[in-house]
Design a protein around this ligand. Structure first.
Ligand code: ATP
Ligand code: MG
Length: 435
């Protein structure tokens, strides 16, 4: 994308309303634009990051055996009356009426809807287990929307729902998601720690929140240091195999959110092992048994002919929150430092002297070779503006082309993450960028 023609606006001033660094940088680098309190338009740069995050989530869900669907944002209140949650949910739910005065709502979550869909088709034990997910906008009328996309009112979530015949089966589905989450966040360059969590309004008996440590996090968390040094599985596990030992390697160490914290157990840990910190919740998984299937009348015929009420779980990831969380974990004074896997653009080509024949020719060549994953700063601005914008936008690689280098067929290659710069041939630069 040529910057001279692109819609990639940046701001020089720091917007006053932004309290945390990721929010400031998202506004300054032109990722999002607030349209109402807690509601954001995603501009080209932000949308690309959102899509990359979403794609990693999708790949790991698919790998773990979940299947993607897409449910609507607008739901009928009728389904929520069946589960008993319509009245229970409170003012966070945005309630609407259609022209026939029917009660509708903008979905804050989808347990009811997916249970309704599944009960229409699942008839026998052969139809289970299944796990269905979608990546869809949610609306929750948060009391205090803040920190930009981290706590929005409209936000993008991946939510998966598992259906099993037995409690053991449901625990296996839970473990599949547990491990898929570890891999998902690790691929984005984040260290997310699973912590025992309260089951809250979704209810149920088993729950973990996946939390990354950050000073600006909204949750107080208590973590055993061992967990901070553990590596999530580099290789995908055999999701059909016995996952219990893999999960227990994580759950056997102390890690809890404020609500679940047990000071007595905590104080028994060696001092050096205790880390209490702030954290950002990026994912949350629940096993809740028949909380929705029973009242909503989901039942299938078991192998012995008896009716079975499926055991369910639900599994959320804050896709739009993750974009903020990734920036919170990857930035410096100059701007964003995107991890390769989620960078909106892999590289920027900086032409320091547009109009200079050698510079233009070399930039055109490099830009053509890099293709759609690159931006080309061909604007007539000063070099300083280009450096500042490239650092702010945070592309992992910068290819800097000036007249002296171009004459000698050399470019400067800068790695944003480390700040390292090297003079190299254009071919070597391309090789490095392509990895
Ligand atoms: P929180 O405790 O942060 O309010 P929650 O427990 O209500 O979140 P869940 O119902 O578990 O959220 O939703 C799944 C995921 O969706 C969360 O782990 C989080 O990453 C994301 N999420 C929840 N609320 C918001 C929000 N208001 N803005 C952006 N992302 C959100
Ligand atoms: Mg939660």
């Amino acid at each position: 994308m040529r910057l001279s023609r692109a819609f990639l606006p940046t701001l020089k001033e720091t917007p006053a309303e932004a309290q945390i660094v990721s929010h400031r940088l998202m506004l300054r680098a032109g990722l999002v634009r607030q349209t109402s309190a807690g509601i954001y338009a995603w501009l080209p740069m932000g949308l690309r990051a959102l899509q990359k995050v979403g794609q990693i989530v999708r790949e790991e869900q698919d790998r773990a055996g979940a299947q993607e669907i897409l449910m609507p944002t607008i739901q009928s209140a009728e389904l929520w009356r069946q589960s008993g949650r319509y009245d229970a949910y409170g003012p966070e739910m945005l309630r609407l009426k259609d022209r026939h005065e029917r009660d509708m709502l903008f979905g804050p979550t989808n347990e009811e809807m997916v249970t309704d869909i599944f009960r229409s088709y699942a008839k026998s034990y052969r139809d289970l287990p299944r796990n269905l997910y979608h990546i869809q906008w949610k609306f929750r009328d948060e009391v205090r929307p803040r920190f930009g996309v981290m706590r929005g009112r409209e936000f993008l979530m991946k939510d998966a729902y598992s259906f099993d015949l037995t409690k053991e089966g449901a625990e296996h589905s839970y473990r599949q998601m547990f491990l898929a989450y570890l891999r998902t966040f690790a691929r984005m360059g984040l260290k997310a720690i699973p912590m025992r969590a309260d089951t809250g309004p979704i209810g149920g008996n088993l729950s973990h929140e996946f939390i990354i440590l950050a000073e600006t996090g909204e949750s107080q968390v208590f973590v055993s240091r061992t967990l901070l040094d553990m590596d999530p599985l580099a290789e995908a596990p055999d999701y059909d195999g016995d996952l219990k030992p893999l999960v227990e390697a994580w759950t056997s160490h102390y890690a809890a959110t404020d609500e679940m914290h047990e000071p007595l157990a905590w104080e028994k840990l060696p001092e050096a092992e205790r880390v209490s910190a702030r954290g950002i919740e990026v994912g949350h998984i629940f096993y809740f048994g028949t909380k929705y299937s029973a009242p909503m009348g989901l039942s299938v015929q078991g192998a012995d002919g008896q009716a079975v009420v499926p055991e369910m779980g639900s599994y959320g990831i804050g896709v739009s929150r993750l974009v903020g969380a990734i920036i919170e974990a990857n930035h410096d004074e100059a701007g964003i430092r995107w991890p390769d896997a989620v960078a909106p653009f892999r590289a920027a080509v900086l032409n320091l002297k547009p109009g200079d024949g050698a510079c233009d020719a070399l930039c055109d060549k490099i830009y053509a070779a890099l293709g759609a994953d690159a931006v080309y700063d061909d604007r007539a601005d000063r070099a300083g503006v280009k450096f500042a914008d490239a650092d702010l936008m945070g592309h992992p690689w910068q290819v800097i082309v000036g007249p002296r280098g171009a004459a000698a067929n050399k470019v400067e290659l800068k790695r944003r993450q480390t700040g390292e710069r090297h003079e190299v041939s254009p071919e070597d630069a391309l090789g490095k960028i392509r990895g």
